[in-house]
Design a protein around this ligand. Structure first.
Ligand SMILES: Cc1ncc(C[n+]2csc(CCOP(=O)(O)OP(=O)(O)O)c2C)c(N)n1
Ligand SMILES: CC(=O)[C@@H](O)[C@H](O)COP(=O)(O)O
Ligand SMILES: [Mg+2]
Length: 639
């Protein structure tokens, strides 16, 4: 039996000798490479925290002590050490989540995989522990150098520093990278620390004790403190954290279990806020990851474990189309610049950065800053394109509303991974964007259905200079082009079935393909329909409203919240126009979604063409008699 198999719970780790722990670390790495190659997942981040996580669970007594992982994509080792070693269905329905999950284990606390929240969680837990008389329990937050660039992390540090009598241990897992190398002043600061002689090895760890132990101790402390001041020019960088009032320990070698353990024990004993700065290597121990120049195998699909090569080529077709088109646009328009929140390659901006290095800005994991700084750029004469995953726009909603829209700034938002993304679970589905953006005055949103409409939407979006524009598209491969058979005003007509079309089927974005299937299936049941794609879905156009008014029933199929998306916006617009036409909305239900494949979720939510057609046919049959007779059906009362 391997050492890994013998670890049923963290306490088992404490039985192993240093040599056995090294063997365990190797077993964990081998396990990760084999398992993650089979399912896909966060390979590089987890390979980098093997020793760190082993040491954490030897020093702290989880779940009595609380260990919070920021973002949570680096929690696979934690899972392995807390009784979860069946990775066969990792990120698949019914299998382990790719993030901490309370349903899986008491050792898991934070499921939110939006970055930079762990320090606030830790601050809150520590405050509650103190008030409830549980102040002897440690609270540990593990945060990456990338996540530390997020504003929330700094808001939390400011607060944690105020609780000198609360034990919060902040482990900075510094691998120098987010996906790509982490940017900015903080990254430079950490870099400087990395190359600084070990500060805490120079100074006496006991100085806090000395300071508390009467006059002789205090004198000794003053001497040490003076020494520290004298050393300041050489070892000044840690001043950033210590200046805030948070003790800094490090830098330590995050791959040396003994060294990490010693630092953590000292941090635990300290009894106040401490930062333990651990230097790690993303992708450690797996050559394809260690040598990968793009992102050290941050998140991979299914790969061949021996080579690291993908089993299926190009998972991200929509991203590639955007990547090409934005370069084309950039060539024509020197005022177009691009912003990314630490995701240059994943959002498709790498080719743009290569051709226009001065016109692309990686702001760190700082979506809020990205949005407001884009407003500033627009004010000063540029046209910024802010490229984000749809779910991360949630972070910048207020900035979009107040800084961009209120100021009518010409900023384009490109939302990749919109709609159901599936395997990353609850917090990664891009299902909130349309519901949120509906509430932004003056905002225009396009949902392209294929490659030509994506290219056209981007070109149109960057031409708008008097307010925000948004282009959203999903994760995965681009479906075949779906040409329009006609146009009704601004609306693309994709199909017409039957002499008297009774149903207007509206497909939003990629769901236009499903809408076409619905039309065909209705036709087979003798129900005429018009199938359309409005392309620009926000605000709801007058053309769409008037088209809807010419039908007995409207069916909207969208890859967003059914209760608050384009269908419900169209229903409101019809009501405002006095048109009495029922609207049926087919989309994502209002709940947090467990990880599963996109196809499984589409099936579960009855979003496949035949399912929607069946429900639509039943709805047509249930229409009031006068609506069922095309000759006498109600017409809209006009706008
Ligand atoms: C708010 C937010 N924006 C973007 C992301 C996407 N994202 C996931 S991990 C990651 C990089 C994290 O870097 P770091 O914290 O250093 O962790 P590492 O992967 O290097 O261990 C990013 C940008 C996210 N999870 N949350
Ligand atoms: C943790 C995180 O936010 C990303 O790493 C995400 O898991 C990647 O998703 P894609 O594979 O869709 O780029
Ligand atoms: Mg990092």
């Amino acid at each position: 039996m391997s050492y890994l198999e013998r670890i049923r719970r963290p306490a088992d780790l404490r039985q192993l000798s240093p040599a056995e722990l090294d063997v365990l670390a190797k077993e964990v790495r081998d396990f990760l490479v084999t398992a993650v190659a089979r399912t896909g997942g966060h390979m590089g981040p987890n390979l980098g925290v093997v020793e760190l996580t082993i040491a954490l669970h030897r020093v702290f007594d989880s779940p009595r002590d609380r260990v919070v992982f920021d973002t949570g994509h680096q929690a696979y080792v934690h899972k392995l050490l807390t009784g979860r070693q069946d990775f066969g269905d990792l990120r698949h329905r019914g299998g382990l989540s790719g993030y901490p999950s309370r349903a899986e284990s008491d050792h898991d606390i934070v499921e939110n995989s939006h970055a930079s929240t762990a320090l606030s969680w830790a601050d809150g837990i520590a405050k509650a522990n103190q008030l409830r008389g549980l102040g002897d329990r440690s609270v540990v937050a593990v945060i990456g150098d990338g996540a530390l660039t997020g504003g929330m992390a700094w808001e939390a540090l400011n607060n944690i520093a105020d609780g000198q009598d609360r034990s919060v241990v902040i482990v900075v897992n510094d691998n120098g990278r987010s996906y790509a190398p982490t940017i900015g002043g903080l990254a430079r600061h950490l870099d400087a620390l990395r190359t600084t002689p070990h500060y805490e090895k120079v100074l006496d760890w006991g100085k806090r004790t000395l300071q508390r132990s009467g006059p002789p101790g205090r004198m000794a402390f003053e001497a040490l403190h003076g020494m520290k001041k004298g050393l300041k020019d050489v070892i000044a960088p840690q001043g950033l954290f210590e200046g805030l009032g948070i003790k800094y320990v490090g830098p330590i070698d995050g791959h040396d279990i003994g060294e990490v353990e010693m630092a953590l024990r000292r941090a635990k004993a300290f009894g106040g806020p401490v930062i333990v700065h651990a230097i790690t290597q993303k992708g450690r121990g797996y050559t394809p990851a260690e040598t990968d120049v793009v992102d050290r195998f941050h998140a991979v699909g299914v790969i061949h474990p021996e080579t690291g090569l993908p089993v299926a080529p190009s998972r991200f077709g929509w991203t590639s189309v955007f990547a090409e088109e934005i370069v084309e646009i950039g060539r024509r328009r020197s005022d177009v610049v691009a912003l990314t929140a630490a995701m240059l390659a994943p959002v498709g901006l790498a080719p743009f950065a290569e051709e226009f290095p001065d016109r692309v800005f990686d702001v760190g994991i700082a979506e809020q800053h990205a949005v407001t700084s884009a407003a500033g750029m627009a004010f000063a004469g540029l046209h910024p394109v802010v490229a984000l995953y749809a779910t991360f726009l949630n972070r910048g909603y207020d900035q979009l509303l107040m800084d961009v829209a209120l100021h009518r700034a010409g900023v384009t938002f490109v939302l990749d991974r919109s709609g159901l993304t599936g395997d990353d679970g609850a917090s990664h589905n891009g299902m909130w964007d349309m519901a949120l953006l509906r509430t932004v005055p003056g905002l225009r949103l396009a949902a392209p259905r294929d490659e030509p409409t994506l290219r056209a939407a981007l070109r149109d979006a960057v031409a708008v200079e008097d307010g925000p524009t948004v282009v959203r598209y999903p994760k995965g491969a681009v479906p075949d082009a779906l040409p329009a058979v006609g146009r009704q005003g601004s609306v693309d007509v994709l199909a017409r079935h039957g002499g008297v079309p009774r149903v207007l089927v509206v497909g939003v974005g990629v769901m236009a393909h499903t809408a076409v299937e619905v039309g065909v299936a209705l036709d087979a049941q003798g129900i005429g329909s018009t199938v359309v794609d409005p392309r620009w879905v926000l605000p709801v156009s007058e053309d769409l409203v008037s088209l809807a008014g010419q039908h007995d029933l409207v069916v909207v199929v969208e890859d967003g919240l059914a209760s608050a998306g384009i269908g419900s916006a169209l229903r409101d617009a019809l009501a405002a126009a006095g048109a009495d036409v029922p609207v049926r909305c087919h989309g994502i239900p209002l709940r947090f979604l467990e990880h599963a494949s996109r196809a499984q979720l589409v099936e579960e939510f009855h979003l496949r063409g035949p399912d929607i057609a069946r429900e639509t046919a039943a709805a047509v049959a249930a229409l009031a008699p006068e609506r069922q007779d095309p000759a006498v059906r109600l017409r809209p009362t006009g706008r």
